[in-house]
Design a protein. Structure first.
Length: 1011
């Protein structure tokens, strides 16, 4: 929700002092001007013992009236205060009930006072209909950290982690007397990563953002039931049954949907992202390894520049300086700036009202609470996704000169305007990110008695009369589904869902065929689906509708009933040539519900049109949980498609799936396809055989051999012989040799070892040698460990790292590695602390016992002591040329500089801004403070392998780990026994064993020379 300023880079003190003076000169309290006092550079050097009070003046708040004068608003708009203290305080979320009363979530316990239970839900009313709320009452109190709210059946669902509450006033006194925990298990590890943003969805459910703290959800009475895990995903709630479904998302604070159901989210440092794939769609094919479903879409980048008017808070400037000098821990980024770019993006919301001109519909708004601004973007279609473009050049839609302005959340309101929740706090920051030597001079509760809610209107806006939909008849609610204002449509849909009135069916059917707006037609169709009254007679006209968004949603709704309707199936098949990208995207998904005989030809028709679009290909693959054999056969029969380079990935997916499923109906089709490609000498044959993972003498290989009358053995032998020849051919291109080595995964170990002995030498390129090690790691022979250990001393540091990853991946190999160290065949220093710790957590008891014993004998050096011992190098001058070689040898596996290396870890080019000591500490003590982005995760597979790396993608079906040299492991969830964070950085501990003091001096000198 709020900013995470744990990743900043320093700004010079002079600029900081000017900012402080500007800030002091800006503010008034009680109509008196605060006289600025000149700050002089401190004579006392920075240290943990220094008193920083002189550099940390407190900033006074502005009154509600004065605060209005602090804003610059885009031309044509104005900002109006609809509520302020004492009517409310600390608003972080709002919702309007059917009579336009506003429920406000007051998170007064932010950021350290959860257990004080000072937070509450407040109910505001506008009694004279002037657009300003004038009556306030506490609806529910004694809450922890409430963050989200949504109306349902006269009450409200409230997220108060770890619980989801239902609160209701049954007596009419304005106070909730019914209070029930309906679900529990939301994470509370991060006050700025709590469950948030409840919204009513097209399919008539409440959707919410889980955020970075995750969730293990269950009903409180079902303590023995298996919880629903929501790490990296959001959720959808049936408010009647409390059924939970995982939902793609998994960002931080803020989520929104457009009029057509497209979902967007944001994170502190990635201000607008599109959720491209639905979790449920991908989950249909558990053998499909999908990439990340969230996509950053801002053309100016996730941490785009922002143009603030407010000065930078003094404590942030001092903290940046202290971090840069390593007096306090913390990650510094941003090219030397503590501000001026997105660091605390929150509350992304698409405008869906009717009080602004039509061209503003679908425009995205996002707050940055650290920069005191509201930013806006326009969205443009980009295939099945979008790109987001800045509108206001070198300025923001709303910018305040008041550092207390904290726009944490937004809402589309009953009056058609956009409302802004201003938490109005002196300090917004995670408490653990503020050094104690600074924190003691701040008051993190300052402002808990203040708060404002604004509405953004056009200059021509006049107050309109608001409805009381609680009094509306069922017919009137159905008519409201066709209203121009998004709040009206959503509220009417919610009320109709609550009432579940059978009398709504007939008017809904009429609206589904005669709505004046596509939004109304879509709402009617979804409500009919919710009531179980959706028929093909209603869907067929919608599938032929002029508006593409109606066709898109009609396709999605058809998926569940098409299997029983020949007319729907025929129409869906006819739509493969639809001109709209998103219609075809939904069609590729919906076709998954048809029988293979109808589905596969239609998918092929889509493939011919969209083969160049990776999103479309993935959608098609998600619809092939069965029928892979027929798809492969018909794909092979289409010569033009078979020759397209993009088809290789699809062939890999299909054959891998068949190799795993081994379905009887697929085998004859697979054999025919392989025979065809063998006769044609198609380059797809080796891809297919390799992806089948049917190693020589494996059950699948024997099955295929029998089915082909022995031909498959010949294909396999030919493939392996060709791969061996190419791998050893020094005249072949590097790419072909690497591809050939990968194909040797199918060979018997003796063949692979023969090639490995020839290639694993200094005479061959590092990338080729790395591929050899990766291929060996895919083998199952215990001889792999013996071979790698015998060659270990001849390997470069990068290749040793690859070899160690291979050796620790299987228990038998790990035991061989530990044995080699115990017998001093390998030095204890060869096994770094990070990997030793992984072995110490092994699921294999023998591996765990021996790793722990080795750790006791070879205790790691105290990091503080190591840093102290290396500090003399800071007084020396190194050789940058030699330092570059040190970088290439020891750092390039995870860092990229001057075109060399791999961009996995942080950008080291910014290191010189932090000074030599910061470089030294980060190299020798990488776990002093770890950005969660670079945490190392451990995956234990069902076949006993151990894999580790940064968790870079998590979907319904797979997770992806990235490790050194940009190598990745994508593991299907069906193959995962355990997934957990190690709590340690991916960067290894103990680099002093490879980088002595002289080399460290040179490395620091090299990094200091970088531009």
């Amino acid at each position: 929700m709020a900013s995470d300023y744990t990743r900043r880079t320093p700004l010079v003190l002079l600029i900081g002092l000017v900012a402080i003076l500007t800030q002091l000169a800006t503010y008034k309290t009680d109509a008196q001007e605060t006289k600025p006092q000149e700050q002089k550079p401190a004579a006392v050097p920075d240290s943990v013992d220094k008193d920083y009070s002189a550099e940390l003046p407190r900033i006074e708040p502005l009154s509600p009236a004065d605060a209005l004068q602090s804003f610059d608003v885009a031309p044509g708009f104005r900002l109006e205060q609809v509520a302020a203290e004492p009517l409310l305080a600390d608003p972080v979320a709002i919702c309007f009930d059917e009579d336009c009363r506003m429920f406000v979530v007051e998170m007064r316990g932010y950021s350290e006072n959860k257990d004080d239970k000072v937070s509450c839900i407040r109910l505001l009313e506008d009694t004279d209909s002037d657009g300003k709320f004038d009556k306030s009452s506490i609806f529910a109190d004694k809450l922890n950290w409430p963050t989200a709210i949504h109306c349902w059946k006269g009450g409200v669902f409230v997220a108060d982690a770890p619980d989801l509450l239902y609160l209701k006033d049954t007596t009419g006194d304005g106070v909730a007397d019914e209070r029930k925990v309906v679900l529990t298990g939301f994470g509370t590890s991060n006050v700025q990563g709590l469950v948030n943003t409840f919204q009513w969805s097209l399919d008539n459910r409440i959707v919410g953002a889980t955020s970075s703290s995750g969730a293990e959800l269950r009903k409180p009475e079902d303590k023995l039931s298996k919880p629903i895990s929501l790490r990296g995903r959001d959720f959808s709630l049936n408010p009647e049954t409390l059924e939970i479904k995982p939902l793609s998302g998994g960002a931080q604070h803020g989520a929104t949907t457009d009029r057509w159901g497209n979902r967007f989210v944001c994170s502190n440092s990635d201000h607008i992202q599109h959720v491209v794939f639905a979790d449920a769609d991908l989950a249909r094919n558990p053998l499909l390894a999908a990439p990340a479903v969230r996509r950053s879409i801002a053309v100016d980048g996730p941490q785009a520049d922002v143009f603030r008017l407010s000065p930078i808070e003094p404590w942030r400037i001092v903290r940046t300086r202290l971090r840069a000098n390593k007096i306090v821990p913390g990650i510094v980024e941003g090219g030397g700036r503590p501000a001026g770019y997105f660091t605390s993006a929150t509350g992304v919301t698409l405008y869906n009202g009717d009080a602004w001109p039509a061209e503003f519909l679908g425009m995205a708004f996002v707050g940055d609470v650290g920069s005191n601004i509201v930013h806006r973007k326009t969205l443009k279609p980009n295939g099945v996704s979008f790109t987001a473009h800045r509108i206001d050049e070198k300025k923001e839609f709303i910018a305040s000169r008041d550092t207390w302005f904290r726009p944490v959340q937004f809402a589309n309101a009953p009056d058609g305007c956009l409302y802004v929740c201003d938490m109005y706090r002196e300090t917004i920051e995670h408490p653990l990110s503020i050094p104690p030597i600074l924190k003691k001079h701040l008051d993190l509760t300052s402002g808990r008695d203040r708060g404002r809610i604004y509405r953004v209107t056009t200059e021509q806006f006049t107050q309109r009369q608001l409805p009381k939909l609680s009094k509306a008849t069922t017919g009137e609610l159905v008519a409201t589904l066709d209203h121009a204002n998004g709040w009206h449509r959503e509220t009417a849909a919610r009320l109709l869902t609550e009432r579940a009135d059978a009398a709504a069916i007939k008017p809904l059917e009429k609206l589904a065929q005669a709505a004046t707006r596509p939004e109304g037609q879509i709402r009617a169709l979804y409500l009919l689906d919710t009531f179980g009254a959706l028929t093909d007679e209603l869907l067929l006209p919608a599938l032929r509708a002029e508006h593409p968004r109606v066709r898109e949603q009609a396709v999605r709704l058809s998926a569940s009933i098409a299997a029983k309707s020949p007319a729907l199936r025929q129409q869906l098949v006819r739509m493969t040539a639809d001109a709209d990208d998103r219609v075809r995207f939904q069609l590729a998904i919906a076709l998954g519900n048809l029988a293979s005989e109808e589905r596969v030809p239609a998918l092929l028709a889509l493939l011919r049109q969209d083969i160049a679009n990776a999103d479309q290909r993935l959608a098609m693959s998600s619809s092939l949980a069965d029928g892979a054999g027929l798809m492969l056969q018909q794909l092979a029969a289409d010569e033009s498609l078979s020759k397209r380079p993009e088809v290789k990935t699809l062939v890999q997916n299909l054959t891998m799936q068949m190799g795993r499923q081994q379905r009887a109906e697929d085998l004859p089709l697979l054999v025919k396809t392989l025979a065809k490609w063998s006769q044609e000498k198609s380059p797809l044959l080796p891809i297919a055989i390799q992806s089948l993972a049917a190693k020589q003498d494996s059950p699948l290989a024997r099955q295929i051999a029998v089915a082909t009358g022995g031909q498959a053995d010949a294909w396999m032998q030919e493939l392996i012989a060709s791969a061996k020849q190419t791998a050893l051919d020094t005249a072949a291109t590097p790419a072909n040799r690497i591809a050939a080595v990968k194909q040797l995964r199918l060979a018997k170990f003796a063949t692979t070892q023969e090639v490995a002995e020839a290639l694993l030498t200094p005479a061959n390129a590092a990338e080729l040698q790395a591929t050899v090690i990766t291929t060996l790691a895919a083998a199952e022979s215990e001889e792999v460990a013996t071979f790698l250990l015998s060659r270990f001393d001849q390997l470069t540091p990068e290749l040793k790292s690859r070899a160690l990853d291979a050796l620790i991946s299987r228990p038998a190999w790990a035991l061989a590695l530990l044995q080699a160290i115990e017998t001093k065949q390998l030095a204890a220093a060869d096994l770094d602390l990070t990997r030793l710790n992984l072995l110490a957590e092994s699921s294999n008891e023998e591996v765990r016992r021996r790793a722990l014993a080795l750790a006791k004998v070879n205790r790691p050096s105290d990091r503080l002591q190591v840093v102290t011992e290396y500090k003399p190098v800071l007084e020396q001058t190194g050789d940058a040329t030699r330092g570059k070689e040190v970088f290439k040898k020891n750092c390039a596996a995870c860092h990229k500089l001057q075109g060399f290396g791999h961009e996995i870890g942080p950008n080291l080019a910014a290191m010189k801004n932090r000074g030599p000591e910061a470089i030294l500490i980060n190299v020798l003590d990488p776990n002093r403070e770890v950005n969660p982005q670079y945490l190392n995760y451990l995956v234990l597979t069902t076949e006993g392998r151990s894999l580790s790396g940064m968790l870079t993608a998590e979907t319904a079906t797979s997770v992806t780990l990235r490790k050194q040299e940009n190598a990745t492991d994508t593991v299907l969830r069906v193959d995962i026994e355990q997934l957990k964070s190690t709590g340690q950085s991916l960067m290894p501990v103990g680099l002093e064993k490879q980088i002595d003091r002289a080399a460290m001096t040179d490395l620091i000198e090299y990094l200091k020379t970088l531009e």
